[in-house]
Design a protein around this ligand. Sequence first.
Ligand code: SAM
Length: 291
Amino acid sequence: MTLTQQKSFAPHDTGTLYLVPTPIGNLEDMTVRAVHTLQQVDLIAAEDTRNTQKLLNHFEITTKQISFHEHNTQARIPELLAKLVAGQSIAQVSDAGMPSISDPGKELVRAAIDAGLPVVPLPGANAATTALIASGLPPQPFMFYGFLPRKASEQRAALAALSTQPQTVIFYESPYRLAKTLTTIADVFGDREAVLARELTKKFEEFNRGTLLELADWAADNARGEFVVMVAPAPEQAPTVSDTPLRDQVLAQIAAGAKPNPAIKAVAKANGVPRQVVYNAYHELEAPDDL
Ligand code: SAM
């Protein structure tokens, strides 16, 4: 791969592709820069032009739109690239939140980068990170998964791959599938702590906190609106305590080719004991009083 560098705000002969987030419910979350960008570009590539027109009307933006959604992505990309190469600037928007985040956009971004065109992201509304910061779950590390596959076998396989991850996992889910999906997550992950963020930034915003199965019960009767599902990290694996004396475990690792110090460290970790204890056992020393 050859290193390439984009200087976003250096003068260009080409146009720029701007990625513009839009509100996820509350129109006041439209940034001043987002409004200016939508006013100044030559064209807005929108997931649903009728939906975006309401936003444009609200902010008195008169820029022309072109549809760009999951069903016309491949056909539209060459057309949009040609306009960018010819010097026109384009803003890509989805119906709500960040383009490309469980929404159309990523193929256009890749194609623009491959064509050497500048791609400029604007910060702004996004359901996942908005939910995460008020969840009370560890905010990092976190894993944003988005929508799980709908097919049961694929969904379980995806969950199995996530089930031991020591990080908060964030899903998007529709209200119609929420209760069932929470039950399946509990089945694969164990009944962990989780948070449902509902209708973020809107009048009926709420956070429901409980275990996955408690939330599944709640969702069976109450799942209306939009939801972000956040699940607590996998609990740390309890070290497997071996009956073999610590010294013998170190000797076994050394016999298998390890050097003494790494062997001591590994045995300490595996048994959940301080390294000094294993060191002493290996060297057949008395344990110091303060251990
Ligand atoms: N691009 C968007 C973003 O940056 O968050 C996500 C679009 S995705 C098609 C829509 C999903 O995002 C919804 O099904 C829901 O899971 C989540 N979502 C969007 N807006 C939300 C809101 N106001 N409250 C809770 N979840 C929301």
